[in-house]
Design a protein around this ligand. Structure first.
Ligand SMILES: *Cc1c(COP(=O)(O)O)cnc(C)c1O
Length: 355
């Protein structure tokens, strides 16, 4: 820490991203990226001509991308805003929708960025515990006094709520903004987008990083009532009007329009997941019911930490959180079928005692 840092940030503990290894011989199942490449259309639009246009600023409204999202979801363009990853939009939410009287509520076991944003933007963050089955108890979110953020499906558990359950939260919080982070919704959960027309207190955030294979392009988007979208744009245009680069706008729009490829990839990942979960259970693992592109599992025969470390030794990277009550679990991203076969074979040996 330099002597110049504002004392306000002395206690800040930054988000720890999953490891991004420099070597290529690893099976990388630690940050929930897509194992398939981006839509072929998304790659074709990145021409030399577009690259030479990088001398120009991008469209601050990212209109092409917003149009593609609006078409896909049947929304108006003024119900959508895009950000440099959904992380940026979440940051805007933590700037815009809290103050001393308006807390921000989120599950205690959820996306690690919520508490970090809470501290960097001096929000009154309040973490609500999951139940004993690591599920969100919707009754805990009724009639609160502040903004609510729920990841659906939740991470790192993978467990999804039904839109009917989220509707109960929306109905009992008419004076509170309810933000649903749908980073993993395309892997089997039901989106709350159809609820936008009925609830002006709903904001949905999605990302191109998981189901659309564009984590490196940094594209997220928010959908909701036009006034909430205006609020987010008020922050965006006070912070970084050019938050979306030219190439990501083009690639994102093309990926959004390639519905067939998107459905094929997300379908494959779900098939691989179901197959993998059955095999893990045969090896004695408890696996939480996942609607995401990852699973959360534990095995009585080995600690989460030891299993993580032994997989690492065999060049397989998964995620372990050293935090109660989930320290027994590891989170495993669903990769290619062959990745999962390798992981299963290595796991079998680990359970037999191989170090
Ligand atoms: C990955 C993830 C995000 C962030 O995605 P980016 O768009 O890559 O910033 C947001 N929320 C959850 C729950 C995630 O897992």
């Amino acid at each position: 820490m330099s002597r110049f840092l504002s004392p306000r940030y002395e206690k800040l503990s930054p988000y720890t991203p999953g490891e991004q290894p420099k070597t290529e011989n690893l099976i990388k199942l630690n940050t929930n990226e897509c194992p398939y490449p981006p839509s072929p259309g998304a790659m074709e639009v990145l021409t030399t001509k577009e690259i030479s246009s990088l001398r120009l600023y991008p469209d601050p409204s990212a209109t092409k991308l917003v149009e593609a999202i609006a078409d896909y979801y049947g929304l108006e363009q003024n119900q959508i805003m895009v950000g440099n990853g959904s992380d940026e939009i979440l940051a805007f939410c933590f700037m815009a929708f809290q103050n001393d009287e308006r807390k921000i509520y989120y599950p205690d076991i959820s996306y690690g960025f919520y508490p970090v944003y809470s501290s960097v933007f001096f929000a009154k963050g309040k973490a609500i515990p999951l139940d004993e089955n690591l599920k969100i108890n919707i009754d805990d979110y009724k009639n609160l006094a502040g903004t609510i953020i729920i990841a659906n499906p939740n991470a790192p558990t993978g467990i999804a709520l039904d839109p009917e359950e989220i509707e109960q939260i929306l109905r009992s919080n008419k004076e509170n903004l309810v933000i649903i982070d749908e980073a993993y919704i395309d892997f089997g959960g039901k989106s709350c987008v159809p609820l936008i027309s009925a609830y002006d207190n709903l904001l949905i955030i999605q990302t191109f990083s998981k189901s659309r294979a564009l984590a490196g392009a940094r594209i997220g988007f928010a959908m909701g009532n036009t006034e909430i979208i205006q609020d987010l744009n008020r922050i965006k245009f006070s912070f970084n009007p050019y938050n979306m680069n030219r190439l990501s706008i083009l690639a994102g729009a093309a990926a959004m329009r390639d519905v067939e490829y998107f459905e094929k990839c997300t379908g494959e990942i779900q098939k691989t997941r179901e197959h993998f979960v059955r095999a893990l259970k045969k090896l004695g693992f408890d696996v939480l019911p996942s609607s995401a592109n990852f699973i959360f599992a534990r095995n009585d025969k080995i600690s989460g930490e030891a299993y993580y470390a032994l997989l690492r030794k065999k060049n397989i990277l998964v995620r372990h959180f050293n935090k109660k009550p989930i320290e027994d679990y590891v989170r495993i991203t669903i990769g290619l079928p062959s990745d999962m076969e390798t992981l299963l074979a290595v796991t079998e040996k680990i359970l037999e005692g191989e170090k």
